[in-house]
Design a binder for this molecule. Structure first.
Ligand SMILES: Cc1cc2nc3c(=O)[nH]c(=O)nc-3n(C[C@H](O)[C@H](O)[C@H](O)COP(=O)(O)O)c2cc1C
Length: 197
């Protein structure tokens, strides 16, 4: 399968990097074709210009490449930390520029743009792997777990992905080496279960 892995974390030594590298290696071991994007390392340009908003906009080459890849992807894995209940801004910019009309969604004919989105992605499985320093129960009861609705609504409801799975690893700040090893084993298991050979 063609699988895109999108990582948003500026620190190469972060646990998020370890998660993404583990997922990529596991996918490759299963024989999948992997497109891996470390957005900070690649200096992905997250700010959408006005000229890019129209559906028929002429896109910069880097944006066209990402759009083509995501349109052809059969699986997507997204890895990022919880930053204020949101993805890092670079990944929000990737959403704005890549999950665009004609690539990730469209409207029914005759719709003037206020109707339901029709998803265009042919993705079977989306996995979102997050890290957090807030215990899971507090993230849910106090904040309502905003990352769940963000990703579920974007990928599954609006862009047409067939299945969605999300897991948050944490609490990171107080975790031991042993705990992190265990979490990386879980990443391997999750990746293999959703994307078998
Ligand atoms: C700008 C910023 C905002 C953050 N906001 C939150 C937050 O809202 N909730 C939370 O649990 N952790 C928050 N954190 C902590 C990160 O989630 C945590 O550092 C990260 O998940 C640890 O993974 P890492 O070792 O790969 O960086 C924030 C960290 C930064 C730098």
């Amino acid at each position: 399968m063609k699988i895109s892995v999108i990582l948003a974390h500026p620190d190469q030594a972060s646990f998020n990097h370890a998660i993404a590298v583990t997922a990529v290696e596991t996918l490759q071991q299963q024989g999948h074709e992997v497109a891996f994007h470390d957005l900070y390392k690649e200096k992905f340009p997250p700010v959408i210009p006005a000229s890019e908003i129209p559906r028929n906009a002429v896109l910069p080459r880097i944006i066209s490449i990402h759009c083509k890849e995501i349109a052809e992807a059969e699986g997507i894995i997204i890895v990022h930390p919880n930053w204020w209940g949101q993805p890092p801004a670079i990944l929000k910019g990737w959403i704005d520029r890549i999950l665009r009309p004609g690539v990730a969604y469209t409207f029914a004919e005759g719709d003037n743009g206020d109707g339901e989105l029709i998803g265009l992605l042919k993705v079977h499985e989306v996995i979102v792997l997050n890290t957090s320093n807030t215990p899971a129960d507090r993230e849910m009861t106090k904040y309502g777990d905003p990352l769940e609705s963000l990703w579920k609504n974007n990928m599954l409801v609006s862009c047409g992905a067939k299945n969605f799975y999300r897991k948050t690893f944490g609490v990171i700040i107080t975790s031991t080496i042993e705990q992190r090893k265990q979490w990386l084993s879980e990443v391997k298991e999750i990746t293999t279960a959703h994307f078998p050979a």
